[in-house]
Every structure is written in C-alpha cells, then in structure tokens.
Design a protein around this ligand. Structure first.
Ligand code: AMP
Length: 212
C-alpha cells in the first residue's frame, strides 16, 4: 500500500498517518519530522535548512528528493508506505514515481485557512515522535506529555502566526497544483478535514479499501 497525504499545516496528516499505519501495516514517514530531526541533531543538512524551515518555506526539491529516495530504499519500506509531507511539488511527485512506483492513492485532507490559523495556535507537537495534539480539540491525557511516547509537547517554532501564514501561502502555490496533478491521474481522494479524527480515518479506509 502506497499512500500520500496532502493538506495544509495542521490538517491532520500526521494524526491520520499514524492511524493508517495500524490499519495497513506499512511504515509512516513524515518529511517534516525527518527534517526537524536533522535540525535538532545539527547535521550538515540540518544546519543548511534550519532557517528555511523556521520561516515556513520549502527546502529545495533536489535536496528533499535525495533524502526521501535514500530513506525509501530501506527494507522496511519494501511493502509500501504512508508519506506525510512528500511529495509537495509536481517535480517531487514525478521523482517519487521514478524511484518508487505509482502510488495507490493521494489523500487530500481539506481544511479552510481560517480553521488552520486557529488549529496551529493550539497545536502541541511531540519533540520525540512528532505526534500532534491540540489544547482545545484533541488534548493529551496529561498536560505537556505525549500520549504515544511520553515525550514533551511544545509549540513548533514554525507554528507561530507569521510562519503559518507563509506555510499556507506555500500550500496554495506549491501543494494545490499537486492536488490537481493527482486528480488528473485519477488517484486523488479528497476528505473533509473538519470532520472528527475517527470520521476522517473511516472515510479514508472506505475509499482505499483493504490492503493493496
Ligand atoms: P511539515 O511538518 O510537513 O509541515 O514540514 C515542515 C517543514 O519542513 C516545511 O514547512 C518545509 O520547510 C519542510 N518540508 C517538509 N517536507 C518538505 C518537502 N517535501 N519539500 C520541501 N520542504 C519540505
């Protein structure tokens, strides 16, 4: 099963991705989490992209393509994957087709910009596993502690209003053409991200069906 999750920041891609892993038994890969690890570990890549990420812009296509290509060559991805945050441009989508093969479905979780601005204000992300919670709509069981791995929950540096504004603009300019690309290939499924977490998961599973 090869799934790609598309959506604006805080649409619920990470939350759905982690739930779909349980259903389809293939690994979840978030390029945002991967890049934040590079930044936290101050790797060569991390130092190069630190400011780009903090400001809410996309890192260069060639760089992210190389990173994902290398990662997907690992044996754990042999039977497929759930990708969150890649591809984000048509160039990346074409590269993915080349080094992997055609995906089964691209899931576009749509949420209006106004709601995104509200959601990112209350979003708490786990520093360890990247899982997201929301102080209003999806609070963790214990304040400041991740339900999944006990890591600490904090606001992401790029969840401040100014960066979210840029990330939303980037989403409309870069990711929306990708939505149309997958639509033209009959691979797109759009789901209303205003529905509850469980309802969104249910709609995706109904559409995608059993293991491919
Ligand atoms: P995310 O956690 O998916 O919101 O990603 C956080 C940040 O990582 C983005 O704002 C970009 O700076 C960078 N990033 C993640 N995935 C990609 C990608 N496929 N192409 C370019 N930049 C990316």
């Amino acid at each position: 099963m090869k799934l790609v999750l598309i959506g604006p920041p805080a649409a619920g891609k990470g939350t759905q991705g982690r739930k779909l892993v349980e259903r389809y038994g293939v690994p979840y890969l978030s390029t945002g989490d991967l890049l934040r690890q590079h930044v936290a570990n101050e790797t060569e890549i991390g130092l190069e992209i630190k400011d780009i990420i903090a400001n809410g812009n996309l890192i260069p296509d060639a760089m992210i393509i190389e990173i994902v290509k290398e990662k997907l060559q690992m044996p754990e991805f042999e039977n497929g994957y759930i990708l969150d945050g890649f591809p984000r441009t048509k160039i990346q989508a074409e590269a993915l087709e080349e080094f992997s093969s055609e995906i089964d479905r691209a899931i576009y979780i749509s949420v209006p910009d106004k709601v995104i601005m509200e959601r990112t204000r209350g979003r708490l992300s786990c520093e360890k596993c990247g899982a997201s919670f929301n102080s209003d709509s999806n609070p963790p069981m214990t304040y400041g502690v991740c339900d999944l791995c006990n890591g600490s929950l904090n606001q992401r540096p790029d969840d401040d209003t100014a960066s979210v504004f840029i990330r939303l603009k980037t989403f409309h300019n870069a990711d929306m053409p990708l939505v149309n690309y997958y639509k033209s290939k009959n691979l797109l499924f759009q789901v209303n991200g205003l529905k509850s977490i469980d309802e969104v998961t249910k709609s995706i599973i109904l559409e995608v069906g059993e293991k491919a």
